[in-house]
Write a new protein. Structure first.
Length: 327
C-alpha cells in the first residue's frame, strides 16, 4: 500500500522586512496520507497550507524534516527518480487558467506528458488513453479537445488538469484550493469527482480555507495555524467536538444558511503576550499598540509579532484526535 509520510517538516523563508531574519512558514508538521484517504488541510491565508503542498511536490525544499513516499526520501531523488515520483504524485492548483498557455490548445497539457512518459505509445493507443481519462472526469472529448483555454469553462479547465494527472499512474493528488475559483454548481461536480477517485484508491490532500468543503469530502482533517498543527483527527471529531480555540473560532465564523447576519458588539479581544483584553465598542475593536521610536530617526516602527520556531506540543484528547497546547 502506497503511503506518503510528512515528518517534522519545517520551512523558513527570508523575511522581507527591513529587520531581516527568518520567517517560519512551517513548524515541524507531521502526518501520513494513506491510499484511498482524503485529508483536508484547513487554515486561513498565510497558515502554510500551500507551502506543505509545494514541499510534497518538491517545488520547495524543506529547511528540515523529511517527506517520504513508499519509504524513500523525496529530497534524495535523482532526476530519473523524481520523474518516477511525479508519475505517482501530482498536483492541481487554484487557478486552472494559469496552467495553460493561451496561444496553444488546452489539450497540449497532455502532449507534454506524452513526450516524457509515453514517447513509445502509438497515436491510436495515446488517443484511447486520453479519451478514457476524460470520461473518468465526466468530460466529453469532443467538447474539450482542440479548444483554446478561453473556450472552456473554469470547471472544464480544472477537470482537464485532473484528467492529465490520471493519465499517469497517479496515487497521490495534491489538490490546492482547486474549487475556490469555481461557481457553486461546478464545485459540486469537482467535489463528487474527488470522492469517486478516492473510492478508486486515490489518496488526496485537499487544501482549502473553506471548512464546509473540507467536512464534505475528507476522512481526516488538519487545522493549521502559523505553520503548525493546531488540531488533527477524524473529520467527524474535528467538526463535531473541536477542542482548540482556533478551531472553534474558525467554525463559529462559518455563515449559516438559514440565519441572517446580525450586528453585534465584539467580545473581548486578547492582546498577544498580555493577560488582559480590550473590549469591543459595538462596531470594531480598538486595540492600542505601543509604537516604539525608530532608532534611525525615520518615524515609528510597529512591533512585529514573533512566531516561535518550535511548534506547540500536541496531546491526544481521544484516540486519533490530537490537540495542540495554546501558544
Amino acid at each position: 500500500m502506497s503511503e506518503l509520510k510528512v515528518h517534522e517538516v519545517s520551512k523558513l523563508f527570508q523575511a522581507t522586512t527591513r529587520a531581516g531574519g527568518l520567517t517560519p512558514a512551517l513548524r515541524k508538521v507531521s502526518f501520513e496520507l494513506r491510499q484511498g484517504e482524503v485529508i483536508s488541510l484547513i487554515g486561513e491565508s498565510g497558515s502554510g497550507k500551500t507551502t506543505i503542498g509545494k514541499v510534497i511536490l518538491r517545488l520547495v525544499r524543506p529547511s528540515s524534516g523529511t517527506v517520504t513516499y513508499d519509504g524513500k526520501d523525496i529530497t534524495r531523488y535523482s532526476a530519473r527518480g523524481l520523474r518516477d515520483y511525479y508519475r505517482h504524485v501530482q498536483g492541481v492548483f487554484q487557478d486552472p487558467f494559469s496552467s495553460y498557455n493561451p496561444i496553444y490548445h488546452a489539450d497540449r497539457v497532455f502532449d507534454l506528458l506524452r513526450d516524457v512518459y509515453f514517447a513509445r505509445l502509438s497515436d491510436a493507443a495515446w488517443n484511447d488513453k486520453i479519451d478514457a481519462a476524460l470520461h473518468a472526469v465526466a468530460l466529453n472529448p469532443s467538447d474539450v479537445l482542440g479548444k483554446y483555454p478561453h473556450e472552456l469553462s473554469g470547471g472544464q479547465q480544472q477537470r482537464l488538469l485532473i484528467a492529465r494527472a490520471l493519465l499517469l499512474d497517479v496515487r497521490v493528488l495534491v489538490a490546492d484550493e482547486i474549487i475556490s475559483m469555481l461557481d457553486a454548481s461546478t464545485r459540486v461536480d469537482v467535489l463528487n469527482l474527488l470522492v469517486k477517485l478516492k473510492q478508486e484508491g486515490l489518496a488526496i490532500l485537499f487544501i482549502t480555507h473553506d471548512l464546509s468543503l473540507g467536512n464534505y469530502v475528507s476522512d481526516r482533517t488538519i487545522i493549521l495555524r502559523h505553520g503548525a498543527i493546531a488540531e488533527i483527527g477524524p473529520t467527524e471529531m474535528i467538526f463535531g467536538n473541536p477542542q482548540h480555540d482556533y478551531t472553534k473560532m474558525l467554525l463559529s465564523a462559518v455563515p449559516e444558511l438559514h440565519k441572517k447576519w446580525r450586528h453585534t458588539a465584539l467580545g473581548p479581544v486578547a492582546l498577544p503576550g498580555d493577560d488582559g483584553a480590550v473590549s469591543g465598542n459595538g462596531s470594531a475593536a480598538v486595540i492600542p499598540v505601543a509604537v516604539p521610536s525608530n532608532p534611525n530617526g525615520r518615524g515609528a516602527t510597529a512591533p512585529v509579532p514573533v512566531i516561535p520556531l518550535e511548534p506547540p506540543v500536541l496531546h491526544e484528547f481521544e484516540p486519533g484526535h490530537l490537540v495542540a497546547e495554546p501558544e
